[in-house]
Write a protein that binds this ligand. Structure first.
Ligand code: EPZ
Length: 436
């Protein structure tokens, strides 16, 4: 049945309400062609927080047009910054910050808002924020953030779901992280740029987004070095000025598009990519039998044969990224043989497996490991996105499944992928996004 008439029939049958806020996918199309990756969400958010450190205007280029970025713009405005977005360009002038409290609505629902704590402590010597809520993938505490900020000489009071930190002046410190937390590393880096003296962060996160943040901070007049290694050094300065910076490409979107090609037996070239940032994904896809051709800023992914299963363990960078685990589980559900996927970063990041089982996948979860027995074909179903990466994994499964898949709670996916339906459609997919 033609895709358009199918969706029209669903509307006529009163399916409109069923399809609101959903992606509708009809599987079976081999993806082919070229697609361009946007700027990285997980680089844009900490860099937007960093603009609060400047007494002046910063211009950020290649900002992705995502829900999370829009929400973060509102957080910055609520603190007194002047914010303006034109396409993929964002201007933030934080000269006149006039609030040190993150509105609890943002703080509870949007974890990344905790990244403003470091800058506000550094600029205003005080910040109040409600604890970020847990989310579908885990409780996501903030103890490592608060421990780091306390080491820099701030007092931390927690009461009734709120945290209040203040200082009479931040001082550099030698900090060893219990775990290489991305957000905690970023928060400490941000605060330390204006602390007195030198800060060393040991066992720091090594993600490429940390390096991107270092580069932006240094362009503002900060003195940061070592990002990307496990040890980051920051020499405090008196003040920072605004700067211009271009966000690095999104390695998670890159990996997601690579898997979209692989799961459909396609031939797709991903442009504006940094192959080095997705090395573990390239290694695993190659191990499965996917052909991956790497150029300096593009990656071609071809998969014209049946793929074999592999074992995966998520680890902090440069290990296999947890943000690509759900997408790989979808791919492995259609590969030959049995695969084991172990999630070591988040305690509850297998909610997509229940939805994939509704599509015929054979997956059992035992503790932090999913055992996946590959099936020759999945079948379309009504499924629900429980979080951003689980949601995109269901779209990928829908691309390869027979018949139609409807992925509800599309809003989760809008948080991290700009125009994903248009990108996939341009590669030959039968997919539409039904507005809320
Ligand atoms: C960042 O989250 C990313 N988000 C996440 O991407 C990503 O999954 C994660 O890093 C790991 O790579 C952004 O960059 C905006 P963590 P973050 O602190 O900083 C525990 C996506 O889909 N932990 O490295 O919150 C925590 O509970 C999102 O784009 C503590 O115990 O991650 C988790 O189990 C999802 N105490 C683990 O560490 C703390 O104080 C990793 O968390 C902080 C974290």
């Amino acid at each position: 049945m033609r895709f358009k008439s199918l969706v029209k029939d669903l509307r006529i049958l009163g399916g409109e309400s069923l399809l609101k806020g959903k992606f509708v996918v009809v599987g079976g199309e081999r993806l082919s062609g070229k697609v361009r990756v946007n700027g990285a969400k997980n680089s844009a958010l900490p860099i937007m927080a960093a603009t609060l450190l400047a007494e002046g205007k910063s211009t950020i280029l290649s900002i992705p047009n995502l829900k999370d970025v829009t929400v973060f713009m509102e957080v910055l405005e609520s603190l007194g910054a002047a914010v303006k977005r034109e396409g993929h360009k964002l201007e933030v002038d934080a000269t006149n910050l006039n609030a040190c409290e993150v509105p609890s609505d943002f703080a509870r629902k949007f974890r990344a808002s905790n990244l403003v704590m470091g800058p506000l402590l550094a600029r205003l010597r005080e910040v109040r924020s409600s604890y970020p809520g847990g989310c579908a993938i885990g409780s996501r505490p903030m103890d490592l953030h608060l421990k780091g900020l306390a080491s820099l000489g701030s007092s931390v009071k927690e009461r009734g779901g709120f945290v209040h930190t203040s200082t009479d002046g931040l001082r550099g410190s030698d900090i060893h992280m219990d775990f290489p937390s991305v957000g905690a590393t970023e928060n400490i880096m941000l605060a330390a740029t204006l602390a007195e003296g030198e800060t060393i962060i040991r066992n720091a996160a090594r993600e490429p987004e940390i390096v991107d943040l270092q580069n932006f901070l240094n362009s503002m007049g900060a003195k940061v070095k070592g990002a990307g290694t496990g040890t980051v050094g920051i020499k405090g300065v008196k003040k920072l000025h605004g700067a211009e910076h271009e966000i690095i490409p999104d390695r998670i979107e890159t990996a997601t598009l690579m898997i979209a090609s692989a799961i459909t037996g396609g031939d797709v070239c991903i442009e504006n990519a940094i192959p080095e940032h997705v090395e573990p994904v390239i290694a695993k896809l190659t191990e499965m039998g996917v052909d991956v051709l790497v150029d300096n800023d593009s990656i071609r992914v071809m998969a014209d044969q049946v793929l074999g299963g592999v074992n995966i363990k998520t680890l902090p960078y440069p290990g296999f990224p947890t943000d690509v685990q759900p997408q790989m589980v979808a791919l492995l559900s259609t590969a030959k043989g049995t695969s084991l996927v172990t999630e070591t970063i988040f305690e509850n990041r297998f909610k997509h497996t229940a939805e994939l089982r509704r599509m015929g996948a054979d997956i059992t979860v035992e503790g932090r490991t999913a055992v996946i027995k590959g099936m020759p074909k999945l079948s379309g179903a009504f499924v629900e996105a429980t979080d951003l990466r689980a949601g995109i994994a269901l779209i990928l499964a829908g691309l390869a499944a027979e018949d139609m898949t409807v992925v509800e709670n599309a809003g989760h996916i809008d948080r991290g992928y700009e125009n994903i339906a248009e990108k996939l459609k341009a590669l030959g997919a039968k997919i539409i996004r039904i507005e809320n």
